[in-house]
Design a binder for this molecule. Sequence first.
Ligand code: C2O
Length: 509
Amino acid sequence: VVERHWDVTWVWAAPDGYARPVIGVNGAWPCPSLVATKGDEVVVHVRNLLGNQTTGIHWHGIDQVGTNYMDGSVMATQCPIAPNMTATYRFTVDRPGTFWWHSHDMGQYPDGIRGSMIVHDTEDPFANEYDEEHILTLSDWYHDNSISVVQRIINPSNTRFLPVLPDSMLLNDGQGSEYPVDPSKTYRFRIINMAAMASFMITFGDVPMTVIMNDAAYIDREPVDAIRLTAAQRCDVLIRGQDLMGTNHPFLVGMDVNPDYTNPDLPISWGTNATGHLVVDPSGDRGELTVDTWLPADDATWLPLPGACTAMLPAPDRVFPLDFRFCFDENNTPRACFDDNMGDAGPYVPQKVPTLYTAITTGDSNTDPAVYGHVHPLVVSFGQTVDLVVNNHDGAIHPFHLHGHHFQVLERPGSGAGTWSPNDTSRYNQNPPMRDTVAVFGQSYAVLRFKADNPGVYLFHCHVEWHVEMGLTATVIEAPELLRGYRIPEDQLESCRALGIPYQGNAGG
Ligand code: C2O
């Protein structure tokens, strides 16, 4: 059992030299990394001492098999944790990999309440191929707090849907990015993008890297020069000591705040670079690296490691095409709209009661999308094979994340490919890699497949946190027929009561 007591509080921090209040844990920031081993039970007692805000913690990439109520998605699987209340998250980590945790309430995690999460594999297929491992976290960073950033974006004056640009980028939350390395060893780098918005490009310069994991799915040793990670994606790479020789090696991380090359109103991308170093000789020259062109490898073509459960799932029982566009609501306020092609076109509207509770308490009618309100409910029954298709009608990359599953990426063409055609499935990858967050390019689409074997309520959303606030979320209602009588932990219900959320307690005894 990995057990932690986390008091969530405001603290001052200045990771880029500018002091601002941030949300930390137990009076400190950066927030702690959570490290466990496959099969462990993780228990985190989260006490909300923010005073003026609610919170709720999501364990990004943890599938929560059988524990949907521990997913931490506020107003989807739980009430927010009320000020001065505690919620205990208790779940088993049976998928090894590189993860992270973050608040899933009110666009809050860019205020700092996020951290890395590692689940070690007791049967790591690469165990004999590396000696040590390091974590490298990447993030954009804002001097304003998240609530005011959201107010600037979701504002009638923002008629062209412009983003708020970050003030800086952080490697390892500003705690240093020099890695002492021994040329006789091989290193596994677990690279995590914890940004609110930005994508990052990473290159170790002249040092080759080999991808062994995407999110939390093994990859069959893909040699690459540069990788792109969108918000919330992770990538594990090996770097061989024999390629390090006797000198230090700078590596470069570039922040992409504008993947939309078609929008002349936005500033040029890749404007901000940060350098770290693989340090072989502490007294030696560190050097700097610059690149003019980034050619990131196409992760949709990487092959999964044989033996991992990766054969393409059978033809889908349900296909949900989702069309995404920016839009205006009735107050002329910029929003992000999903058209689920089932009669619900518009932004996601958080409901007054968490969607999981609705699934628990509406009896036989919980298979009817109409009971869920404007959350873009995608209702599937147990065991079905499901295709989620995102048609991105915007010019920029949007990273789409599904809770509760790692999906197969059947097709993910480059920018400008247009919309998906239901009649052309011949291009689907027969040996698809898996991810929990996929980059969908501008004016293009992605086809994602999963098996509905994990009953619960799972958000599917763009992981640009500002776009979540703008409404770019749908909700998979998975096997609701098995959720009747499901029980919600009492401490979550205490927060519901403290916040006046009208839920009558566990139904059905
Ligand atoms: Cu990283 Cu909905 O989450």
